[in-house]
Unconditional design. Sequence first.
Length: 215
Amino acid sequence: MNQCITNVTSHFTPAASLAGLGVKLQQIKLFEPIEQTVHIDQKTIKYSPTQKLYDSFITLLAGAHGMVEVNTLLRADPTLQAAFGRKACAEQSVVQQTLDACTSDNVAQMEEAMNRIYRQQSCAFQHNYQQDWQLLDVDLSGWLCGQHAAFATKGYFADAPRNRRGRQMGRVLASQYQEVVVNRLFAGNRQLGSSVQELVQAAQSTLQLDDTQWP
């Protein structure tokens, strides 16, 4: 009997379940619309701007509260990088520089790319309107933040001391599928009544609803 001896190199990561997700996202090419649509005006030295956006995305999935955690959550975990198709990871300050270089045009490009991803992957976009209406829930959620954050404004935030600054996150939820159709960030003093129209119009654009699908 021939004896076969195989050398196996073991790889370990404290984020094993996230690594499995990374493999799946590679298979469905989730980030491809962002690579094709978002063009940040920044030179590529070692990593492209899109690669650094991808690094920031993975870091957030790993539970980071800010880009300062890129080095500890992703750069120090080559197995997690490999699961998402990355051979290496940009340093946290370099990732932050790319985010700082983004303009309002890049935000619009990202919204377009996110719409493409949503239409490719969501159940709500495939909803059969001839069979039944699709119900959309619109709501605002208050988030506390530092005074220098974008849109930071004094407002009402549940269970928070008075005069705290924060922002409102507006969401449109496709209730039947438990999918977030759109997210929009507003000032902390923004009220739902003044935000509904903008959120609904954004959802209509994302879902590409026509007159036969829209009441």
